[in-house]
Design a protein around this ligand. Structure first.
Ligand SMILES: [Zn+2]
Length: 551
């Protein structure tokens, strides 16, 4: 049989294939897979009359990125909702003006939801207050979320509809904030459920639109695979149906690994009853782990810490964050999910939450080590404030972190303020994890942070906060390590490293091409770089090479 000619050849730029392999300057793709890599001369015989040749002109190519913890569906929805993000909205007045504009465009009584404001970057350095929202939205219920999604502020109309007043007790795992005996409107962690449960649902078709919108956006970022870290967290089982519908109607632009939202308000019981298990599906859409939240966010002072947060809080009592579950309650989730055959992904940011998560994993692994498979790759999502003894347990038990290096840039200054320098310096220890073979899957948690892979790479290279403070210099990575953390590690944490995550022969031809040679650039230049071309399974899925070659 004659050797096949390539469908696609990339040449004329540095091509990073994997951490262990040398760079090449040409790559051939056939039938959606990498056929060969080498010098231009090596690959030349594979170029036939029907081969599409892409001239890189010095641009660097690498495996398509795997945003191993983000929220594609929420990202798409946030792209359709009021935008209160830093950069768009920098003062309280601007925030209120944006909500007011939204009120004008929404029918009387209609909900205003979303936002993703960050109080730390507002001029007032605090959350908006219920009364301020009432001024611009007296008749429409409003619930705007902080960027982390772990808390939000409601106006009086929304609180009234939800039946929340000054006498409502804190729900388990949540906090309804009051100041001087009055509701501020801030609802933290599980207190949000009281609000979310009354917001009218969207049709599944709208959720499919959101998946498609966000998926196309990710392709423009060089991201070819994502894990949606809480399928079921937006609108219950509709989320799952929306992904299936997107997949079957050709409207799922990227590969998606679905973490199924577990816990009392999740959809895990329904999934288990329906025979849904980790690994079901195909390389485009696959069932991922069961997701369990155990604490909140460090910047929002709800991550569960061994030692208290610094500085005053509204209650003026030492706070160590919030545990969403008791140890027994957590065992009551981890046990059944593990035994049903699910990989498990526990959200744990604070050191005390990581203590709790690892202890729960150890108990279930001792009790049911092989049920039903040994290689479980249970995960800790974020895994921010980890201490050395945690690393030992993770190595011994095969438990892996899914961190967001970009948190250091976006939230690092706030971390120093609320947790002090020492704890902040040792957060998200990428180098220690890499050295210990723990495959930290660098991800963005979008829409918590922005979707740029370049910002994430920059954070891994520099560990610089927005103000330029370096946190934990010794944990910086080289660019090849950082790229591998953003591609291969995500494939590993989703059991797909045999088919994606590198550009070695036989792997899926999922490829990202940067706007320049980022392997020979200063971090600041990388931060300014973009993506010029994205290839998914050998097909060009995003292309602005021409635009750039002309300019
Ligand atoms: Zn998340």
């Amino acid at each position: 049989m004659p050797y096949p000619k390539a469908d696609l050849v990339l040449r004329g730029g540095p091509i990073f294939r994997s951490l262990e392999s040398p760079m090449v300057d040409a790559l051939a793709v056939w039938s959606g897979r990498v056929l060969a890599g080498g010098s231009a001369e090596d690959v030349a015989p594979l170029v036939g009359p029907d081969t599409k040749v892409v001239e890189l002109r010095g641009r660097a190519a690498m495996p398509g990125f795997n945003d191993a913890h983000q929220h594609l569906l929420s990202l798409g929805r946030s792209m359709m909702q009021v935008n209160l993000r830093p950069g768009t909205v920098d003062t309280l007045d601007e925030l209120l003006a944006a909500v007011e504009k939204c009120v004008d465009e929404t029918p009387a009584g209609g909900w205003i939801f979303g936002g993703r404001y960050d109080h730390y970057y507002l001029d007032v350095k605090r959350h908006p207050l219920r009364g301020e929202l009432d001024r611009v939205a007296p008749d429409n219920p409003v619930f705007i979320k902080r960027t982390c999604g772990h808390m939000g502020v409601a106006n009086s109309r929304a609180l009234a509809i939800a039946g929340i007043d000054e006498t409502t007790p804190d729900p388990r795992g949540g906090h309804i904030e009051q100041s001087q005996g009055r509701l501020t409107g801030l609802l933290q962690e599980r207190a949000q459920e009281m609000m979310l449960s009354i917001i009218p649902p969207e049709p599944v078709a709208t959720l499919v639109d959101a998946v498609e919108l966000a998926g196309n956006h990710m392709l423009s970022r060089g991201v070819t695979s994502v894990m949606d870290a809480a399928v079921g967290g937006v609108q219950g089982f509709d989320d799952y149906l929306a992904y299936q519908e997107a997949r079957h109607s050709g409207r799922l632009p990227v590969r998606a690994y679905m973490a199924i939202y577990g816990g009392p308000t999740g959809i895990m019981d329904k999934c288990i009853a329906n025979g849904i298990r980790t690994g079901a599906g195909d390389e485009r859409l696959k069932v991922g782990p069961a997701k369990i939240f155990t604490d909140g966010s460090a910047g929002g002072r709800t991550a569960a810490m061994r030692e208290p947060y610094l500085g005053p809080n509204v209650d003026n009592a030492p706070d160590r964050g919030i545990f969403l579950y008791s140890d027994d309650e957590l065992d009551g989730l981890v046990g059944p999910y593990h035994e049903a055959g699910f990989q498990i992904a526990i959200h744990a940011i604070g050191d005390a939450a990581i203590d709790q998560a690892l202890a729960a994993y150890e108990r279930v692994l001792d009790r049911a080590p092989g049920a039903p498979s040994v290689d479980r790759r249970h995960r800790i999502e974020h895994c921010g404030y980890i201490v050395p003894e945690h690393i030992d347990i993770m190595v011994r038990r095969g438990i892996f972190p899914a961190p967001q290096p970009v948190f250091i840039r976006d939230f690092g200054d706030l971390y120093v303020e609320v947790l002090g320098e020492e704890r902040s310096e040792s957060c998200y220890p990428m180098r220690t994890w890499m050295q210990n073979g723990l495959h930290p899957a660098a991800s963005t948690d979008a829409p918590v942070c922005g979707t740029s892979v370049m910002t994430n790479l920059y954070s891994m290279l520099t560990r610089k906060t927005a103000r330029g403070v370096t946190l934990g210099e010794e944990q910086r990575l080289s660019l090849p390590e950082a790229v591998s953390a953003g591609s291969y590690n995500g494939a590993f944490l989703s059991f797909s490293e045999a088919v994606k995550g590198t550009l070695l022969p036989g792997q899926l031809a999922d490829i990202a091409v940067a706007s320049g040679d980022i392997f020979d650039a200063e971090p600041e230049e990388i931060l300014q770089s973009e993506i010029d071309l994205t290839i998914l399974e050998g097909d060009i899925a995003y292309d602005r090479l021409q635009e750039h070659d002309q300019s």
